[in-house]
Design a protein around this ligand. Structure first.
Ligand code: AMP
Length: 146
């Protein structure tokens, strides 16, 4: 099997994400590869559930959410022994940002879960599917079951 030099874990912080993280960590140890982690935050306008109206973009609330997300990422990074400069928090579309980041940093294996927060047990989630179709490197979709 081809050895990998740089493995990128795509972490969505869903209930199964630790399983995916463990697999990425094991592979990085097996191949003595650099392990990086990315979380992508989708920057959506916040809408009111009362009348469906889209409310103005709330910068303060977004900054607060970004800080919380940063802390979660740092916690996961520490647990996996990933240095801060390899913990990446990006805003945008998960599938696009994961693939773009992988290319920019010469990642040769992306590790995703077969599904995340929105997925079903036996189907490939849309992020996993998008990454699989657009990545220029290998992609491992860790099969997650309920
Ligand atoms: P999904 O396609 O949303 O069911 O998610 C499948 C997998 O894609 C997850 O298990 C994660 O590995 C990855 N993923 C989904 N959303 C994100 C995100 N916002 N940031 C990083 N990785 C993600």
């Amino acid at each position: 099997m081809q050895g990998y030099k740089h493995i990128l874990l795509a972490a969505d912080f869903s209930e199964h994400s630790i399983e995916v993280a463990q697999r990425a960590k094991n592979l990085s140890q097996q191949f003595q590869a650099q392990l990086s982690v990315v979380h992508v935050t989708e920057n959506l306008p916040i809408s009111s559930s009362m009348d469906g109206q889209v409310m103005p973009f709330d910068i303060e609330l977004n900054e607060e959410l970004m800080q919380l997300t940063k802390q979660r990422l740092a916690k996961l990074g520490t647990e996996l022994g990933i240095a801060e400069e390899h913990q990446w928090l990006v805003i945008g579309s998960p599938k696009i940002e994961i693939v773009t980041l992988a290319q920019a940093h010469n990642v040769d294996l992306i590790v995703v879960g077969s599904h995340g927060r929105h997925g079903l047990a036996l189907l490939l989630g849309s992020t996993a599917n998008g990454v699989l179709h657009h990545a220029q490197c290998d992609v491992l979709a860790v099969r997650l079951t309920e």
